[in-house]
Ligand binder design. Structure first.
Ligand code: ATP
Length: 268
């Protein structure tokens, strides 16, 4: 199948009888940040699990569709082969090996990738996150939440991926730390690694991404350049917490009509 970068076509996923994704298509061109927005349960984590082929660990399975990287099919590969093909995932909840040192966590991320590239990958991680070099011999469990997120991202980068799958990197972090993680995501993509970013923090994600997709109950309902989505009334109201100024003006003038119009737009 054609297309460069990561391409997802008509992907459907179920957890037993529960349909979690239906006919999802998206593209992550080389060197870009693409974001998927959506509320709790929309299917964002499921999408990343389907790409990284880790769905079966969660009791899920792909029921239709295809995933490819530069035309090479990834669906059908074992999870370690997906990493070897160039796709690494940072799972939700910044899972690190708490009892292992920072350095050993990073080493674990490079298992399975060629030895020759490991020093360069570690240098890149240390450049992006100098604190991981400073704390190399400390147990990962002693790091702050933000530092553990950096370690989780750093560990995924140790495999020198072409595409990084990032699940809610800002979750639970103070705004300053979330901003630092965002700066790093920008730098990672500028260095040529594309990023598929799943976020509930839509404001942060739309600032970072070139293209965005909105997922609702397992289906893509909106997509386009991130700047266009950030300017759209629907996204502003539903994901950025900005009130619809027209509706407020209408409601002030004629309360019932304004409310009806707002409701109709929500339903539409
Ligand atoms: P969140 O932001 O809360 O993580 P999400 O957008 O990532 O939400 P998913 O976790 O992908 O959403 O969930 C999508 C749907 O699949 C939901 O209906 C959810 O209940 C269901 N689901 C997710 N994981 C499992 C599982 N392991 N077993 C059964 N159903 C699941």
């Amino acid at each position: 199948m054609g297309g460069s970068g990561l391409v997802v076509r008509d992907l459907s996923v179920g957890y037993g009888p529960v349909r979690a994704l239906s006919g999802v298509s998206l593209e992550v061109p080389e060197g870009t940040v693409v974001t998927v927005l959506g509320n709790n349960g929309a299917g964002k984590s499921t999408l990343l699990r389907a790409v990284s082929r880790t769905l079966s660990f969660h009791g899920g399975a792909v029921t239709g569709g295809r995933v490819s990287l530069d035309g090479r099919r990834l669906d059908g590969l074992a999870p370690d082969r997906v990493v070897a093909a160039g796709v690494s995932q940072v799972p939700e909840g910044r899972r690190v090996f708490a009892r292992m040192t920072v350095a050993d966590n990073l080493r674990a991320g490079a298992l399975g990738s060629p030895r020759s590239g490991r020093a360069a990958a570690r240098d890149r991680v240390h450049e992006l996150f100098p604190v991981l070099a400073e704390r190399a011999t400390q147990r990962a469990g002693l790091l702050s939440g933000g530092e553990q997120q950096m370690l989780a991202v750093g560990r995924a980068l140790m495999a020198a991926p072409r595409v990084l799958l990032l699940d809610e990197p800002s979750l639970g972090l103070a705004p300053l730390m979330a901003g630092r993680i965002a700066d790093t995501v920008r730098e990672i993509s500028a260095q040529g690694t594309s990023v598929l970013l799943v976020e509930q923090n839509a404001a942060l994600a739309l600032r970072l991404a070139t293209r965005a997709y909105v997922l609702e109950v397992g289906e893509v309902t909106l997509s386009g350049p991130a700047a266009d989505l950030a300017a759209s009334d629907e996204v502003r109201r539903r994901y950025l917490g900005v009130a619809d100024e027209d509706a407020i003006a209408d409601a002030d003038a004629e309360p019932a009509a304004g409310a009806r119009r707002t409701l109709a737009r929500w339903r539409g």
